[in-house]
Design a protein around this ligand. Structure first.
Ligand code: GAP
Length: 513
């Protein structure tokens, strides 16, 4: 299956089973905006809870926040977003389509990366267990050639972006002979800057209106509340503030489903540290966050770090955790050492001191910040795209199932009476009523049992509980495991703890810490 096909399958699965719908679909849809359906919202909430508990419950020195989407527009002047939160855009004169110039080059880089990955797969096949990836990357002539090419182009791109060299960007696109995927030509306009922030106005009359921006990141809500949190919680550096919330960006090139949206959700944590210790904390947070992702069990080889070579002026280290999405390795989470840039800028703009007083040493300083920032929707896509499985069974039939980690599955269990006669429905309802307080559980008696299993498989329900005639006699049920379809008898009075053992979020939290 090629990248496009596999993304298309995921999109149609999401719609068919109520995970994600296009926003305003009845009016032909609003581009790059999506609604989460009945199962999507459950899965998304489970991912949020997993992140929130990892930050707030497991780390003793992180507190939560829920700041407003609207903030005084001076916030965005101070942070640099008004002047510099721009995308470089380019149009193809033949197709009249608009693209992000940097994304055109990134797509070019992804193609080189795919060639490297193909060479690695060949090596794995050829050498089997003796395959030494590190050595292969250093010695295989084709891999070396592609890697050199990759590094040259990505360094050039980073330099051009950090110096906002729009002419240079256009020149690079020409040099690489990048063609518009629609028209197939390289008949490009010049590159222009475009600010990504949405704006609106508040106020009740014309003379009294004030321009406001919809926040493009949640982080600034944390920075401007830094002193409020210190004073109200007596938090001591090093400590963190975490928040989950919506962010808005007028992404011009919005494709690839929920990967790049105009309205999305971020889960960000700013960790405030003593100046000089930030790089140590940066390394620590890289490790913690990678482990957190890996604990989901989607496959460790699906993650990699991408260290930024050319840093933004306010950062002294930055990397992305990339995930192997259907369209290749792409940014899932950013980890940035942002120095004291933001607090300093807010101090200048607001004339309010943003300093922390350290009682132990008797000194005051503006803390440095290490940030971890993940897009919840991208996390959702990473989980869904890697858990979508099409399987051919021994009897020749096919099944589609979502191999989701049990702990974050939207529905944990389904109670399925063999039929709805002879008291089986009543028994099933009793069991459902017992389970519903603890688990998101479904009760389903429509269709054949085989079809009901398939439907639960398709939405990723880990455990199906079948109530049969024996259940009326021995007060036991058959529990079927989604992944290997094995079945076992479980006493009804042991059912809550049986399901809890297998689906509790505590399992994941323990793995990640
Ligand atoms: N406060 C830092 C910050 O916002 P960013 O790299 O621009 O950094 C952080 O964004 C994360 O937010 C990204 O790694 C990505 O997961 C997510 N993200 C950014 N733009 C997005 C978009 N248009 N749609 C969905 N997720 C997005």
């Amino acid at each position: 299956m090629n990248e496009n096909d596999s993304l298309k399958k995921i999109i149609s699965h999401c719609k068919a089973f109520g995970f994600i719908f296009q926003s305003s679909e009845i009016y032909d849809g609003l581009s790059a905006v999506y609604d989460y359906g009945p199962l999507g919202v459950e899965l998304k909430n489970n991912l949020k809870t997993y992140w929130w508990k990892s930050m707030i419950n497991l780390e003793r020195n992180i507190v939560g926040l829920d700041s407003a989407i609207f903030m005084d527009s001076k916030t965005w002047e101070a942070s640099g977003h008004v002047d510099a939160f721009n995308d470089p855009l380019i149009d193809n004169k033949d197709s009249k389509k608009r693209y992000r110039a940097d994304v055109l080059v990134e797509n070019y880089l992804s193609k080189i990366d795919s060639k490297i990955q193909k060479e690695i797969s060949k090596g794995e096949k050829r050498f089997g267990e003796n395959f030494d990836k590190e050595e292969y990357l250093k010695t295989n002539p084709r891999v070396i050639k592609y890697s050199d090419q990759y590094n040259k182009v990505s360094t050039k791109l980073a330099n051009l972006l950090s110096s906002s060299d729009l002419n240079g960007l256009k020149k690079l696109i020409d040099e690489l002979d990048i063609k518009d995927p629609v028209s197939g030509t390289s008949n490009w306009t010049d590159v222009k800057q475009f600010n990504l922030m949405f704006s609106t106005e508040v106020g009740s009359n014309v003379d009294n209106t004030k321009k406001l921006y919809l926040r493009p990141e949640t982080a600034q809500g944390i920075f401007v509340n830094f002193l409020n949190v210190v004073n109200s919680t007596r938090s001591k550096v090093p400590f963190g503030i975490a928040q989950i919330g919506k962010a808005f960006r007028n992404e011009i090139i919005a494709r690839q489903f929920i990967f790049r949206m105009r309205e999305f959700e971020q889960m960000e944590m700013q960790f405030f540290v003593r100046p000089g210790t930030e790089l140590e904390w940066y390394e620590k947070w890289k490790e913690i966050r990678l482990k957190w992702h890996q604990s989901l069990g989607l496959g460790n080889d699906l993650y990699r770090f991408y260290d930024h070579k050319n840093l933004a002026h306010y950062a002294n280290a930055a990397c992305d955790i990339e995930f192997k999405f259907p369209m290749g390795f792409k940014e899932l989470e950013g980890i940035h050492s942002r120095t004291d840039f933001d607090l300093k800028k807010h101090q200048e703009k607001s004339n309010k001191k943003m300093v922390y007083f350290d009682q132990k040493s008797g000194s005051s300083f503006i803390p440095y910040v290490v940030e971890t920032s993940i897009g919840l929707d991208r996390l959702f896509l990473s989980v869904l795209s890697s858990c979508y499985v099409e399987e051919k069974l021994d009897d020749g039939s096919n099944r589609v199932f979502l191999n989701l980690p049990f702990e974050i599955s939207p529905v944990k269990c389904a109670v399925l009476p063999l039929n709805d006669k002879d008291g089986l429905s009543e028994k099933s309802l009793d069991i459902f009523d017992m389970l519903k307080y603890k688990f998101n559980c479904q009760l389903d008696s429509k269709d054949s049992i085989g079809r009901r299993y398939r439907r639960q498989d398709a939405i990723g329900t880990p455990l199906c509980i079948t109530v049969d005639y024996d259940s009326l006699e021995d007060n036991s049920v058959t529990v079927r495991n989604r992944d290997n379809m094995s079945q076992e008898r479980v006493k009804v009075d042991k059912l809550v703890s049986f399901i809890d053992d297998k689906t509790s979020l505590i399992n994941l939290l323990k793995k990640s810490s």
